[in-house]
Design a protein around this ligand. Structure first.
Ligand code: ADP
Ligand code: MG
Length: 696
């Protein structure tokens, strides 16, 4: 008996586990009884949907559940293990040629096992090297026949060897559920009753022993909600800590300068830009630090919004900084800001790597004494040794991992500056609510007037000459063209070769035009020189690796030809396409793909030809890749969600967010008696478990 079992009991004290087997579970991050109960099946088999062995189709994948009748090692030209399985409708032969020593002891007659694999016929149905999951032993039927649903647990080979296959997990969990007093509730009672959620204890039971599909769905829904609720609680507390509690700057004045700037712009602001500026103005005016995400598809005109905000900071006597992810972009922003702000006598400076130390020392001292009002650079701007006189506003362009940077700023400075993060990567709402869940969000959902949507054509090698002729026509009319080669991380040299060779070849295709080459190995000044020539129209065709991906703005360019388009990700393709269609001329993006094409690649290219809408593309991307891979979050530990799925669980996420933010609003310290369980659960179960977004 485990009479004294509690949720915190170490698993090695569960009857039948012991230190050695506990060690195996530790590797799966299962340490306590509670962890074990939260170790959920990876999928569930529906008995009524299983195939009968008697009706298995040839050459298709199938899952059957049957009883092992015999286990034989066949000696012969090719030694193999043959396991005969029956389910009352027929017999299936499962064959293994590998790992025979281990496999010989893997099955015993009388066991019930699920086998999944491709079916072929050789004197009857057979599967070679099927996946298998042991479900029960003879005589265990009562604990197994749960509404015809068979839970299959995530298990590694070494876990299986240690007895933790699906059957092993079910045995142990069954015993724990029988011996453990009901688990204390982890959600506030009012939330439970409002949403009619199943109580925790019941949920845990149905996750492992579902009575039927309906109970299982209800249990899953509540546990997904719980997971997302604690994630959003983290974000709500974060927001409280960084925004609500900190005192920020109140920018009172919007005066002459700002009005003048708007009047001198060569265009009228769009309604969306005006609307967003009103929201930002309110943030800047209030004495809480602004923490705002400005989302706007490529070409929607974020830069001018940033520029106006920066001018407001300057008018109020503060310095402001703009950070870009690459030097090329920093340079471009510098030129734009310089252009727009010079007329008002505003001092703008560019900080970049490799500046002569004399020049740098000079810049640094002018920044420290407040002479430089607008500083532009890469994140080198937050390096040690850079001191501002009076920093009031930080704008971060195209930055996904802003959290780390922002906090670096906050730590350094006495008062919290306002922060505006701009991103062109359209983030699906569900992901925005998690990755940027502690920010306010503004959206530029309107393109400047007169823009014509970019046409997108998906072509193959056979059409290359026709593409070149099309480009020649555009160039003949005074337009410009980008030709982009992919960058494959494994070998920078090979890519370089592709772009360089392409460049040489293209020179003979377009002898009458001037071509330029741009790639990541070039020195900063060389890159700048090429970009400047392209901007000024001195170069007609820019051949490049993906260094131009983000933010580059040359309105006269109307053709974007992407070589090996099948190698690019969707977001990247969308970004690249966004380099054209920035002026009044009709623009075209040509996706030139090579065979073979994977399914995913075809889906990506098809999506690109179907829509120009960044949000639709982001949704498609999320579906094709899954959330973990977006924004390079995979490298950073991703979003460690166990049950919830950001693609399909949007409605649950919205619900969880509302409840969590309401709760923190009503009880910021989680001090009320009815919130003690929440506080405990948050610190004990969830805090620190969400991966990336908790960085910094
Ligand atoms: P992004 O949002 O991708 O950073 P930019 O800020 O680079 O876009 O703007 C794209 C182009 O549109 C720039 O040439 C910019 O000067 C221009 N632009 C911005 N706002 C407007 C507007 N309201 N009307 C016309 N052109 C605009
Ligand atoms: Mg931009």
């Amino acid at each position: 008996m485990n009479a004294s079992l509690t949720p915190d009991t170490s698993i090695q004290f569960i009857k039948g586990i012991g230190p050695k087997r506990a060690g195996l579970l530790h590797k799966a991050d299962v340490h306590t009884v509670e962890d074990l109960l939260f170790y959920f099946p990876r999928r569930y088999l529906d008995r009524s949907h299983l195939m009968n062995i008697g009706q298995l189709p040839a050459n298709e994948n199938a899952t059957v559940v049957g009883r092992v009748y015999s286990v034989d090692m066949i000696q012969g030209r090719k030694k193999r293990l043959v396991v005969l399985v029956g389910d009352g409708t027929g017999f299936l032969t499962c064959v293994w040629f590998r790992a025979l020593k281990y496999m010989t002891t893997a099955f015993k007659p009388g066991e019930t096992v699920a086998f999944s694999g491709k079916v072929n016929f050789f004197r009857g149905p057979q599967m070679v090297h099927p996946e298998y999951d042991k479900i029960s032993d003879e005589g265990e039927k009562d604990t197994i026949h749960t509404g015809g649903i068979i839970p299959l647990y995530p298990s590694t080979e070494s876990l299986k060897k240690g007895g933790f296959d699906s059957r092993g997990f079910r045995r142990i969990i069954h015993q724990v559920l029988a011996d453990l007093p009901p688990m204390p509730e982890t959600l506030p009672l009012d939330i439970l009753s409002e949403h009619r959620f199943m109580p925790l204890s019941e949920c845990l039971y149905h996750m492992h022993y579902p009575a039927d599909w309906q109970h299982l769905k209800q249990a899953q829904k509540r546990l997904k909600f719980e997971e997302l609720f604690y994630l959003q609680l983290f974000l709500a507390l974060q927001r409280k800590k960084y925004i609500i509690e900190k005192k920020g700057i109140s920018f009172e004045k919007v005066g002459e300068l700002t009005r003048d700037l708007v009047q001198h712009l060569p265009f009228e602001l769009t309604d969306a830009q005006k609307q967003v500026l009103r929201q930002i103005r309110q943030d800047m005016k209030s004495n809480r630090p602004m923490n705002r995400l400005l989302q706007g598809d490529v070409g929607s005109g974020k830069t001018v919004v940033a520029c106006i905000c920066m001018l407001i900071a300057v008018e109020n006597g503060y310095q402001t900084a703009l950070m870009a992810p690459t030097e090329i972009l920093a340079e471009q922003h510098y030129l734009t800001l310089h252009d727009w702000l010079e007329q008002f006598g505003v001092q703008v400076a560019l900080f970049k790597g490799g500046q002569p130390s004399r020049e740098r020392t000079d810049l640094l001292s002018r920044l420290a004494n407040g002479e430089i009002q607008v500083a532009v650079g890469t994140h080198a701007l937050v390096q040690e040794g850079i001191e501002f006189h009076k920093l009031g506003l930080v704008v971060i362009d195209e930055q996904h991992r802003f959290g780390v940077l922002q906090r670096a700023f906050l730590r350094k400075k006495g008062i919290a500056p306002d922060v505006l993060v701009m991103t062109a990567t359209p983030i699906p709402r569900t992901l925005a609510l998690t990755l940027y869940g502690d920010l306010d969000v503004s959206i530029l959902d309107q393109m400047p007037a007169g823009r014509k949507p970019v046409r997108t054509a998906w072509r193959n090698e056979k059409q290359r000459q026709a593409i070149y002729e099309f480009i020649r026509t555009e160039l003949g009319q005074g337009r410009q063209t980008y030709i982009v080669y992919p960058l494959v991380e494994e070998s920078e040299k090979v890519d370089l070769a592709a772009a360089t060779e392409g460049y040489e070849m293209l020179k003979s295709v377009f002898p009458e035009f001037r071509l330029g080459l741009l790639h990541g190995r070039m020195k900063g000044e060389e890159k700048d020189a090429v970009m400047q020539d392209f901007k000024a129209g001195r170069i007609h065709v820019l051949v490049s690796t993906t260094v131009i991906e983000v933010g580059v703005d040359v309105p006269n360019a109307t053709v974007m030809l992407i070589e090996h388009a099948e190698r690019f990700g969707l977001t990247q393709l969308h970004q690249l396409r966004g380099r054209v269609g920035r002026g009044g001329h009709q623009s075209t993006c040509v996706l030139l793909s090579q065979y073979p094409l994977s399914d995913d690649a075809s889906k990506r290219l098809e999506t690109m030809t179907r829509t120009n809408d960044g949000f639709e593309i982001a949704e498609a991307d999320l579906e094709i890749r899954g959330p973990g891979e977006l924004f390079g979050t995979r490298q950073h530990g991703a979003l460690n969600l166990k049950l919830a799925n950001l693609v399909t669980d949007g409605p649950i996420l919205e619900m969880a967010r509302k409840e969590a933010f309401d709760l923190v609003h009503r009880d910021p310290e989680l001090g009320l008696p009815e919130h003690q369980a929440v506080k405990l659960t948050y610190h004990h179960r969830y805090k620190g478990k969400f991966g990336l977004i908790e960085v910094g």
